[in-house]
Ligand binder design. Structure first.
Ligand SMILES: Nc1ncnc2c1ncn2[C@@H]1O[C@H](COP(=O)(O)OP(=O)(O)OP(=O)(O)O)[C@@H](O)[C@H]1O
Ligand SMILES: [Mg+2]
Length: 146
């Protein structure tokens, strides 16, 4: 589908966010400026996280505490915002913690630059592909939910 503005991307992200539950993993693919962080912010809004969502490039993993649930399910324990931009070697020591988080399934993991570990992702991840069409237009593809 096409998004014509940042706001529209947030709206699409919220729709995806509403389907997520504890243990889910979302992998975001797309070039610099494609809107991956905007998408993450949209998902986080669903869980009542509005502040402090920014790219965690220097920390690899940022943790947010959800304070709202979108349905009757229990609140996810944590939201992990992971940015692999700086990871070039998938066996890097930095990434061990990422694999631990993914393995635990104790929260929702949102991964920017997921292509860095694409071959190592579990089968049931939700994949979001984003492409820059022009200044304000993005093509967004969401794979079907497991
Ligand atoms: N339709 C759109 N959807 C999302 N963002 C848009 C759209 N149109 C313009 N933008 C702009 O594109 C930029 C996207 O930035 P964002 O940080 O989300 O990209 P990113 O994919 O996370 O980049 P990076 O690889 O650096 O982490 C923002 O400045 C946003 O305002
Ligand atoms: Mg980003």
């Amino acid at each position: 589908m096409l998004s014509h503005s940042e706001e529209e991307t947030v709206k699409i992200a919220k729709e995806v966010g509403k389907k997520l539950q504890n243990g889910d993993i979302v992998a975001l693919f797309g070039e610099l400026g494609a809107g991956k962080t905007v998408f993450v912010k949209g998902i986080c809004k669903v869980f009542g996280i509005t502040r402090r969502v920014k790219s965690p490039s220097f920390t690899v993993i940022r943790e947010y505490i959800p304070n709202k649930t979108h349905n009757s399910d229990r609140l996810p324990n944590k939201i992990y915002h992971i940015d692999l931009y700086r990871i070039n070697d998938p066996s890097s020591i930095l990434i061990q913690e990422v694999y631990e988080r993914l393995g635990e399934r104790n929260g929702i993991c949102l991964i920017e630059w997921a292509d860095r570990i694409e071959d190592l992702l579990p089968e049931d991840v939700v994949k979001i592909h984003m492409k820059i069409i022009d200044d304000k237009t993005r093509e967004i593809n969401v794979n079907s939910f497991p």
